[in-house]
Design a protein around this ligand. Structure first.
Ligand SMILES: C[S@@+](CC[C@H](N)C(=O)[O-])C[C@H]1O[C@@H](n2cnc3c(N)ncnc32)[C@H](O)[C@@H]1O
Length: 226
């Protein structure tokens, strides 16, 4: 495993791909938000770890308004874009790669396709544990793990087009790291059953059945409870 970059402008080496990722993730974020059992977030403080351009928190606030939120990311140009796009929503965005400055501060934390990029998963788990209030929940989604049949083909390709080191972990590696710091853990298939876009470029999903199965079957949604 290589060490962490201190910071970079955008996660993708081609900066135009950040906005494209935001567009492509929106239907999955909506499903994520609709899947969690929490409905009334009006008294909750929220963290989005690896927020990129901030779209997840904007959508969460539109669908389930919260008291306030913080989005953090290591990509400083994407965080700058998130700040510009925030509008009047009670959301702050900061360039950071850990939550050590925000102890006992959040009721709910989220990350969508971030944990496979973190070189020190034990430190991340401990940091989130400290940042959550008692009873707080961290929802983390990733399909980037050795249990996915697509992963071995994706691992190097993702690493070559992005600025953070890609890690090679099993679902059990994620569970073990969060168990070790005291979280109670459950997990489910992400279970996205909506339309998936069909691209002429078959490099990500060689078969249409892969594009349908990946977000339904292979992407995992972890629930870590403090
Ligand atoms: C695949 S993108 C997902 C972004 C966003 N969560 C979404 O759903 O579109 C992964 C994000 O994690 C961020 N990231 C990677 N390593 C990080 C770290 N050590 N600390 C904070 N953010 C990190 C990247 O900069 C990037 O924005």
């Amino acid at each position: 495993m290589s060490g962490p970059a201190l910071s970079y402008a955008t996660w993708h080496t081609d900066p135009t791909r950040e906005a494209a990722m935001e567009e492509s993730h929106r239907p999955f974020w909506r499903h994520f938000i609709e899947t969690i059992p929490e409905t009334d977030l009006s008294t909750r403080d929220i963290l989005d770890f690896g927020c990129n351009r901030g779209g997840f928190l904007r959508l969460l606030h539109a669908l389930k308004p919260f008291r306030r939120a913080l989005g953090i990311d290591i990509a400083f140009a994407s965080v700058a874009a998130a700040r510009e796009l925030a509008g009047t929503a009670p959301i702050e965005y900061e360039v950071a790669s850990d939550v050590s400055g925000w102890s006992d501060r959040f009721d709910l934390a989220f990350s969508y396709e971030v944990i496979f990029l973190l070189p020190d998963l034990a430190a991340h788990a401990a940091g989130i544990h400290a940042a959550l209030r008692r009873g707080g929940v961290y929802y983390a989604v990733t399909g980037c793990h050795t249990g996915s049949p697509l992963w071995s083909a994706w691992r190097d390709r993702i690493g070559e087009s992005t600025n953070a080191p890609v890690q090679d972990r099993s679902p059990e590696d994620y569970a073990d790291a969060f168990t070790a710091v005291g979280f109670e853990i459950s997990v489910r298939r992400f279970g996205y059953a909506g339309f998936v876009s069909v691209s002429k470029d078959r490099s990500t999903f060689p078969r249409l059945i892969d594009a349908v199965d990946y977000p339904a079957e292979h992407k995992l949604l972890f629930r870590f409870v403090k």
